[in-house]
Ligand binder design. Structure first.
Ligand code: HEM
Ligand code: HEM
Ligand SMILES: [Fe+2]
Length: 461
């Protein structure tokens, strides 16, 4: 199978940048893990390392989702992109902005005064976790996202093929762009600042990105098992509807203890407890649709799709559910239990989503019928088993931390450097296991379809 539209290749540029940043993110994660054991390890301190770790994560997932969206928009509209030069410009704008932003964090890590405000604005780091990007980068990111949205929208408009999948995808991206803006609201009141900040963080991963995920899932099921459009789109609408119904008010699970009114305890508790429901539906949808015997030839693609839905339900849904009620969250809030959830949720819901899209679309972009699937499986198992072990060790650390700090009243540092040490050691070891999986994946990304091999899988027409 080959791509039908030349400009569809733009997805490849986005994937390449995403995959390389993924590697950086994970190497940096291991440095962070080692700093829990040796705080002096490495020239950049933990603050800087952590910022780079989580910002590269967000950027590469966004870049990966953009690549995937560009690919899908072509197929669904059955046309070339409205403007390929604009897409290329938008790609390089994203690359230059993200690299400059990361270099800025590094520079500030070495030279903290460099972030001193100029006309009241911090030039290198704005300080809001996950979206630390300074003001100038915020603007460039918004411009990039708007150009991306505009280009996709104009492409659809060209042929006026408004399929459910593209409509949902465009709604998801629009929501994503709009939700970036509250992260730029400046207020001196810390409660208000946190209030808006969560709109970006929570409403991205439990709102906008989830809508995009629903649309991409529908697309992939059609591609890989030739599922009927009518059927997958019906599932998609139900999933997306439920995501919005539970996820928007589910934001309340971040408003329990930050100074917002008390009614959020009730609202957050009820709605966020329902958030796993649409995630479970996605698993059901994927299993039901792929379960019937069919002549599936892109096996790794299929494998990753199902794994994505299952681990999204487990990593985001179940691991979120266990600490989402205020009665429980008042003990676990901001501990390593949260960190454990952050890892498994992002991995299951979004890392596997982007990788699935890569395996479903890359063979066509490279114009290959056959490719060796063994690396795809190997990297999956290295990553997944290591991530589950990272989750378990961090959860263990979090349970000890919660008990010792909040029930016994020991102080944070004492628990961290004495009682939790073995958890940190194991986390670092499992981190290396995860890195092995990522290296195999990155190698596979660059080699797929570019080598001949005895074990082949054929990609369906
Ligand atoms: C869909 C993918 C999801 C992702 C990527 C994700 C990611 C995250 C991240 C990164 C944090 C930490 C934020 C911080 O730095 O404080 C967090 C916190 C939290 N998440 Fe999720 N999450 C997801 C879904 C869910 C779901 C479905 C639930 C509930 C059922 C949930 C419940 C929570 C709760 C309660 C917290 C706050 C923990 C605390 O109080 O410290 N998450 N999530
Ligand atoms: C799939 C790959 C990964 C994802 C999605 C990911 C995601 C994240 C996120 C969202 C945070 C912020 C957590 C929070 O505040 O609760 C974080 C922090 C961190 N990550 Fe990762 N990470 C990944 C891989 C790794 C690896 C392989 C290691 C090494 C073992 C690692 C070590 C750390 C450390 C030490 C922190 C700081 C935790 C803290 O502040 O307590 N990460 N990561
Ligand atoms: Fe949330």
């Amino acid at each position: 199978m080959n791509i039908k539209h030349e400009s569809q290749r733009i997805a490849h540029s986005f994937y390449t940048f995403a995959v390389l940043l993924f590697l950086v993110q994970v190497v940096v994660g291991i440095i962070a893990a080692l700093q829990f054991i040796w705080p002096e390890f490495f020239i950049l301190n933990f603050n800087t390392i952590r910022t780079i770790h989580i910002n590269t994560l967000i950027v590469w997932l966004l870049v990966g989702l953009m690549g995937a969206t560009y690919y899908v928009i072509h197929e669904e509209s059955e046309t070339e992109l409205w403007s390929l030069p604009l897409a290329k410009f938008q790609f390089w704008l994203t690359v230059v902005t993200s690299i400059t932003m990361v270099l800025g964090y590094i520079y500030m890590g070495i030279n903290p005064q460099a972030n001193s405000p100029i006309f009241g604005i911090n030039p290198l780091n704005e300080g809001r976790e996950y979206i630390e990007a300074p003001r100038w980068a915020d603007f460039l990111i918004v411009v990039s996202l708007l150009l991306f949205l505009f280009n996709c929208f104009m492409t659809v408009r060209k042929t006026k093929r408004w399929t459910g999948i593209q409509g949902t995808l465009l709604v998801g991206i629009t929501f994503l762009v709009i939700m970036y803006l509250p992260g730029m609201i400046y207020t001196k009141n810390l409660i208000r600042d946190q209030f808006w900040w969560w709109w970006v963080i929570h409403l991205w991963v439990e709102g906008a990105w989830e809508i995009i995920a629903g649309a991409l899932l529908a697309f992939m099921l059609m591609k890989v098992v030739n599922a009927e459009r009518g059927v997958v789109e019906k599932w998609m609408f139900v999933e997306v509807g439920l995501v919005l119904f539970t996820g928007i008010l589910g934001t309340g699970h971040h408003y329990y203890w930050i100074g917002t009114p008390e009614y959020w305890l009730l609202i957050g508790g009820i709605f966020s407890s329902l958030e796993p429901v649409p995630l479970l539906l996605m698993v059901w949808n994927a299993l039901k649709t792929t379960g019937k015997p069919r002549n599936v030839t892109n096996k790794p693609g299929l494998y990753y799709i199902v794994a994505n839905t299952v681990l999204s339900f487990v990593g985001a849904g179940l691991s979120g559910l266990i600490h989402t009620l205020p009665q429980i969250n008042k003990w676990t809030h901001g501990t390593q239990i949260t960190t454990a959830h952050s890892h498994l949720a992002f991995f299951g819901a979004y890392i596997l989503l982007v990788i699935s899209m890569i395996y479903v679309t890359l063979p066509a972009i490279r114009g290959v019928k056959d490719y060796n699937p063994s690396r795809a499986y190997q990297s999956f198992w290295w990553m997944t088993i290591s991530m589950i072990l990272i989750y378990l060790t961090t959860t263990g650390a979090g349970m000890a931390q919660t008990y010792m700090e909040r029930l016994m009243g020991l102080d944070y540092v004492a628990v961290k450097i004495t009682y939790n040490m073995w958890f940190w050691v194991f986390r670092a070891v499992f981190g290396v296991g995860f890195l092995i999986g990522v290296v195999i994946f990155v190698m596979d990304f660059f080699r797929l379809g570019r080598e001949s091999s005895p074990v082949m899988t054929t990609v369906a027409e």
